[in-house]
Design a protein around this ligand. Sequence first.
Ligand SMILES: C[S@@+](CC[C@H](N)C(=O)[O-])C[C@H]1O[C@@H](n2cnc3c(N)ncnc32)[C@H](O)[C@@H]1O
Length: 260
Amino acid sequence: MSEISAIKEGDHYDERVADRAAPETVDIDRRYRERIALGSYRWFLNSRLYGALEHAARCRVLDVACGTGFYSVLLAKFGHQVVAIDISEKSIEYAKQLAIVNGCSDNIEHHVMDISQLDFDKDSFDIVTGEDSIHHLIKYPNAIENIYSVLKPGGKAYFWEPFAYNPIINAMRFVNVRVKGHLGEHFLAEDEERKLISVFDEVEVSDRAVLYTVARFFRKPGKISRRVNIALKKFDDYAQSKIPALSKYYSLGFLEMTKS
Ligand SMILES: C[S@@+](CC[C@H](N)C(=O)[O-])C[C@H]1O[C@@H](n2cnc3c(N)ncnc32)[C@H](O)[C@@H]1O
């Protein structure tokens, strides 16, 4: 059961949206290029997420915990029909503006909605997705069951998420959450993975970041970060292939869940 309420978490994100640049100044294509081509910290996870959907046939996609809607816009630009939900009213207001500014408001439907009260027909989405979302949602009642229910049979749920298996990163996150006052962080660990496996028919975590985690010190996109981050990713994959026990200590990963 959650230690904080969804309303409190929504209020917290409402406050954080106030610090955002106005939607008019956000160039989605530039941010997309930065996140992937320039190799910013989570480039490989974003490229997995976007790669799964960029060239897919047009489908009905649910973006859960869409936040300020960057990813919803990208999905709409890929040609999908997007429904985006978040508990934070201010985030949804921002997401609507962002969709208008980027010329894709006809293809995105926004709702202020709690994941526990997900109000869509059963079997109505081809894909459910989100960036950095499941670790916030999983603590709320029926969150995972609701996601499963709205997916069509054969549908997929794709997320990139932080996981709690790297003790050094856990210590850094502990400090971060306290110093920066982040609310609702609940990194995925064995209990949560068991929960996902009990609801979905198949669950796979790939692109596990273990040694790559050092890349968090090269977050700013740029030529040097790109080289360092790509080299670190290659080294991490190589080290995990040689020492499989290492791959237990991942702090980030790509989550793919299937409803058969
Ligand atoms: C880390 S943010 C992710 C935002 C977005 N996916 C992105 O990458 O920009 C987590 C989001 O979860 C939303 N959230 C938290 N609890 C929720 C709930 N019970 N139902 C729906 N959204 C929720 C918050 O309002 C916040 O926007």
